[in-house]
Design a protein. Structure first.
Length: 656
């Protein structure tokens, strides 16, 4: 590897850009954009090709030096001295994480400007979805001020327009969908230009200090440029990623054209429909559905014009051409200069296009033998395994109540009589003796709402208390046994081909706090999914940290019904539309797959105490619950103490 050559990857380049970029000035006009690519300096100073012979490279380097000088002068004229707009890396990172909005929130509170404080908190939270304190602050703002609609002051306009366009598309408001999606495309290409320019900012050589930098001239230039190039190449991922998320929206840019081709068809603009279909096919030339649609649009136009004159959009063609050239250069550098680079699949598609709303011939005026057009619907992620349900419940007393279809969802089941009334009472008694406020919630007694107190305990804690005689050992053992019973039922009903392991088991009670129940408009547990970060505005669920991405199935086994409120609810991914509501009672268990297909929450408990055993399961043995393994060992030890040598088939002499 050349001296000083660093291993550039898309991940490092994205982080470098992220730390450097930001809103350059009010109004969103960046000084570097006006000076750099597409700006005044590129037009004034053209880079020359390297000549042959001695000194043949001097015109190139001369032009390079003049452009550098032009950029510096232009930036100083637009932004002032470098000390005013070039900050330390730590400061840039804070702005990237939106830390100033956390301070702004506190400042607005001191000024009693609660609406501005709420918007500042929301803006910070969008980039820091794991920050529980800010989440609680936002819920408090909603409760005290009744403010429901919050503003993300750093929202990406092209992403907002895309989301609005898809929302109108789903409502079959095709005219509005076209308006927003076209605006989203304009914003996308503008943001892409900004992203490209931001990548030309300072780079840092992480694998060595500058004083140790021994690279030759061309190695040093190549080192720096490959970081810039990898950064630019990754702009398509950057522009497809929502604030605070790691994963991009899959197939983001092509989806604009996919939605538009069908929307234009529905409003009767077949020229635009064909143009957008061909633009989409630049990215996915083998997509059979869109190929079929394009062929149909050609047939509609043949009598009035030559369909061959309708070309893909120039900006899409130019971006894809540049992207392929960047990829080629990165691959060449990877092979010739010895650094690791793997080309990501930037236009990845998953699942099949949903065509359940295909155009009926009576509406579209298609001939009956004509092709059936496929809607540009958001694809459904392919499941990691074949989904089944309806397996045996294993225990004769367990009563089947509802399946997925009856619960208006996927991979859901409701069962009764999983445990008896006596077992419920015994479990409640042991809960009273072992639960601590905030257990399982990092010590927070009111982790989801200030209007309820949360208490919890684990299986291992129950067994420990039982072994020490602080609660009846039989009752502690019951907690262990019924959780294993629940696991076996879930594994069998969903007909899983591999072992289902415990990921986390928690006995939890939530108690309504007296004097705090009037005019409640919050939830006992906000709508969420168990293995991904729910994004209601985008109708997405991001399977990334801090979500427990390894969880596969969830179950809740209820212990009582003598309380008010506390219904378990399923919703659509908008976190608003309730699809099923379940009233807890002793022995009732709801189980479901843990992904974004099953957003759920708990309505406010307004009187009394609601208790349940919450269970999360995984199919990956690497993520088995450690406390459960320890609990298994405790049970084995207790069984050994309980059985005599003859019962365990042990030779008494072996005990000597």
């Amino acid at each position: 590897m050349p001296a000083g050559w660093r291993r550039t990857t898309a991940a490092t380049s994205r982080r470098r850009r992220g730390a450097w970029s930001g809103r350059c000035a009010a109004g969103g006009s960046c000084g570097r954009r006006g000076c750099g690519a597409g700006g005044s300096c590129r037009g004034q100073v053209r880079l020359e090709e390297l000549g042959s012979g001695p000194g043949g490279e001097l015109p190139f380097w001369g032009a390079l030096l003049r452009r550098a000088g032009c950029l510096r002068s232009c930036e100083e004229a637009r932004l002032g001295a470098a000390s005013r707009h070039r900050a330390a890396e730590e400061v840039r990172a804070d702005f990237q994480r939106r830390v100033p909005y956390s301070y702004l929130q506190r400042a607005y509170i001191q000024l009693n400007q609660l609406e501005e404080a709420a918007n500042a908190a929301h803006t910070f939270f969008m980039a820091n979805p794991e920050h529980m304190e800010i989440q609680q602050d936002i819920e408090n703002y909603k409760t005290t001020s009744g403010k429901v609609s919050l503003i993300d002051r750093e929202a990406k306009p092209h992403m907002e327009d895309y989301t609005a366009g898809v929302r109108h598309y789903d409502r079959e408001e095709y005219g509005l969908a076209i308006e927003f999606l076209e605006r989203a495309l304009v914003g996308y290409y503008s943001e892409d230009e900004d992203c490209q320019i931001m990548c030309e900012g300072p780079q840092r050589f992480e694998e060595h200090e500058y004083v140790d930098y021994k690279a030759s001239l061309y190695e040093a230039v190549a080192d720096h440029y490959m970081q810039v190039l990898a950064c630019k190449h990754d702009c398509v991922r950057e522009l497809a990623t929502r604030s605070g998320r790691i994963s991009p929206i899959e197939n983001f840019l092509p989806l604009h054209y996919d939605y538009l081709q069908f929307a234009y068809y529905r409003v009767g603009d077949y020229v635009k429909a064909l143009e957008c279909a061909r633009s989409y096919l630049l990215f996915h030339p083998d997509d059979e559905d869109v190929l079929e649609n394009a062929s149909y649009y050609e047939g509609l136009l043949e009598g009035t014009m030559d369909p061959g004159t309708i070309k893909p959009r120039k900006e899409a063609k130019a971006l894809l051409r540049r992207h392929k050239l960047e990829s080629h250069l990165l691959q060449v550098a990877s092979a010739g200069l010895g650094f690791a680079y793997t080309e990501p699949n930037y236009w990845k598609r998953y699942g099949a296009r949903q065509d359940e709303h295909s155009v009926p011939s009576s509406i579209s005026n298609e001939p009956e033998e004509g092709p059936r057009l496929s809607l540009a619907k958001k694809p459904t992620p392919k499941p990691d395994r074949e989904l089944k349900e309806g397996g045996p419940l294993l225990y004769s007393d367990v009563k089947f109540v509802y399946n997925s279809q009856q619960l208006n969802g996927t991979q859901r089941v409701l069962l009764d009589n999983v445990i008896s009334e006596e077992q419920c009472r015994e479990l409640h008694r042991v809960a009273s003796g072992i639960m601590l406020a905030g257990d399982g919630y990092r010590g927070k007694t009111s982790p989801h709402t200030p209007n309820e107190r949360f208490e919890g305990a684990t299986v291992l804690k129950a067994l420990k208390y039982g072994y020490e005689g602080r609660v009846p050992l039989k009752s502690a053992r019951l907690f262990y046994d019924i959780s294993e019973k629940a696991r076996r039922i879930v594994e069998s009903y969903f007909m899983l081909n591999s072992t289902l392991y415990f990921s986390y088991t928690h006995l939890v009670c939530r108690t309504a706090l007296s004097g705090q129940q009037e005019r409640r408009n919050d939830l006992s547990h906000p709508i969420h999914a168990d293995n991904c970060l729910l994004d209601p505005e985008a109708n997405e669920c991001w399977k990334e940290p801090p979500a427990y991405t390894f969880r596969d199935y969830s179950a809740l086994l209820y212990m009582n019904a003598d309380f008010e409120g506390g219904e378990f609810i399923f919703t659509e991914m908008d976190a608003k539309t309730v699809t099923a509501s379940i009233k807890p009672k002793c022995g009732r268990m709801i189980s479901f797959s843990s992904g974004g297909e099953n957003p759920h929450g708990v309505k406010a408990v307004t009187k009394g105490q609601r208790c349940a055993v919450a269970l999360w399961f995984t199919l990956d043995p690497l993520y088995r619950e450690l406390e459960r393994i320890q609990a298994d060992e405790v049970i084995a030890m207790l069984d050994q103490e309980h059985l005599g040598p003859s019962e365990m088939n042990i030779n008494p002499k072996d005990e000597l």
